[in-house]
Design a protein around this ligand. Sequence first.
Ligand SMILES: NC(=O)c1ccc[n+]([C@@H]2O[C@H](COP(=O)([O-])OP(=O)(O)OC[C@H]3O[C@@H](n4cnc5c(N)ncnc54)[C@H](O)[C@@H]3O)[C@@H](O)[C@H]2O)c1
Length: 334
Amino acid sequence: MIHNNIDFNKKTILITGGAGFIGSNLAFYFQENYPDSHVVVFDCFRSEATFANGNLQSFGHYKNLIGFVGDVVCGNINSKVDLALLDDYKFDFIFHQAAISDTRVHDQEILMRTNVNSFYDLLAKAKYDDAVIVYASSAATYGSLPSPQTIGKENPENPYGFSKYVMEQIARQYGKENPDMVIVGLRFFNVYGAGEYYKAKTASMVIQLGHQILNGKTPRLFNGSNKIMRDFINIDDVIQANIKACNTTQSGVYNVGTGKPRSFQDIADLLQQELGTNLGTEYFPNPYDGYQMDTQADINSTRDNLNFEPKVSLEAGIKAYIPEIRRLHNEDIS
Ligand SMILES: NC(=O)c1ccc[n+]([C@@H]2O[C@H](COP(=O)([O-])OP(=O)(O)OC[C@H]3O[C@@H](n4cnc5c(N)ncnc54)[C@H](O)[C@@H]3O)[C@@H](O)[C@H]2O)c1
């Protein structure tokens, strides 16, 4: 589906983090709708390196890009040598998705280096090329502030949320110093949909619970999960927001959610309904301190300034996702 009237054909588009969940969906959006666009994916892909929490340091996977016919550059955003591989291109649009996306990484140094320092380089590239730059921020900038979460009231409570918050401050200052640039930050809420499988334990609960159920196991949720609410947003609506962000002439930061929080219990129940199971639910104590109990994006400014309108309900999103959840059941994740 085409989300706006920009003709991306003949445009040169950089997608950092393009081997990841959101980045690869963006790459295919352009390939499918604008066959004459020139899309360049820049990603370090996955190595075998892990963080102290046992998760991989980066989740990019070649399988997310099977069928992609654009350019692929394997590089690390922390390396100026690698970033120089992009010098031969002049980009019209930059979608900066590459990041340590694991919200439970506590190594502050590597998080800040990766998510923050690289941003200066990408802003400089956008300035040099006169490109629109759209970058991924996060609802984690709000910490556990009460719903609805509104731009202007932030309180990050982990290093990941702080790194995104700092990126927004950098973007604001950069925009002030370069008023002709268009720099748009998108605070994604809980994104789910095709392409997330290789994020393993950091993928959404939709696919994780889907696979538990397909294993014949009772879905396991924290105690009180009917009251733990999240603003789950389908990947198609996240692509819509990225594309619509290219239309604006004004820099800014916008929430990308549905504005309609749903419970983890809803997810488990909808999955069971669609998968035709009746396994009940097993509850266990929530081990996390400072766990967000409720997220709900205030999307008024996203509607007004980007013309964004979420289209996919949780019911429709899960229903459409089921064949992919089934396809990936027991698929090798490494
Ligand atoms: N998925 C969500 O629910 C969600 C929510 C809020 C914000 N975000 C943000 O959206 C962006 C995309 O997230 P995603 O869900 O697609 O995650 P992802 O982990 O699938 O994608 C991130 C990509 O960046 C790459 N990457 C990581 N470190 C890199 C480095 N040093 N150099 C080059 N590439 C590197 C990874 O290999 C991966 O392909 C991230 O910035 C993330 O923080 C995602």
